[in-house]
Design a binder for this molecule. Sequence first.
Ligand code: 2DT
Length: 212
Amino acid sequence: NDIRGCSRGSLIVLEGLDRSGKTSQCGNLLAYLQGKGFSVEAWQFPDRSTSVGKMISAYLANESQLDDRTIHLLFSANRWEKRALMENKLKSGTTLIVDRYSYSGVAFSAAKGLNIEWCKAPEVGLIAPDVVVYLDVPPEKAAERGGYGLEKYEQLDFQGKVAEHYHNLLDSSWEIVDGSQSIESVERQLKDLAMHSILTCQRGKPLTNLWS
Ligand code: 2DT
């Protein structure tokens, strides 16, 4: 009875500030789970490959100006356009490791001053993650890590506001990992959390929708 062959995959989301180590940890986790023989893919939002994603990418590169609510809804649309594929993958047994999701959507827009409930509304009905791992790194510490790039939002004062909003979104389903620890230690905790979530899904945990 191969536990890897049956039932659905797990939706594992990593969240955190810029330079929190999310992206490299997603890559490490992908390699680890693939090595164990699981069907697994790494996704990220924004998905810049779609036409909506290209509009988002131009905005982030300061090549276009968009009203705060307009860009918020584009980020959300970028998740909606992937929802059906996401559901198919999960139901066919593939685990998805996702670098940023609706929580980035709310935290970044709320940090600009938009109403939190308004920010959450377009996310309702997207697939709820099985586990959200928050890589917790203080903004000052993240900023020291080789500095920010040139994209919008990559400034210390703004990242501080984003961090506050992430903390307001935290609930009991989140796993907070101290991202200031060694890379190896963070990696070990992520592997344990991912394995636990995958096994829970294999045992029949139902898929649910946001916002729950
Ligand atoms: P990356 O640097 O991870 O590509 O993110 N963002 C992201 C939002 O404002 N709303 C969202 O819904 C998402 C997914 C976070 C690009 C930037 O876009 C922000 C950083």
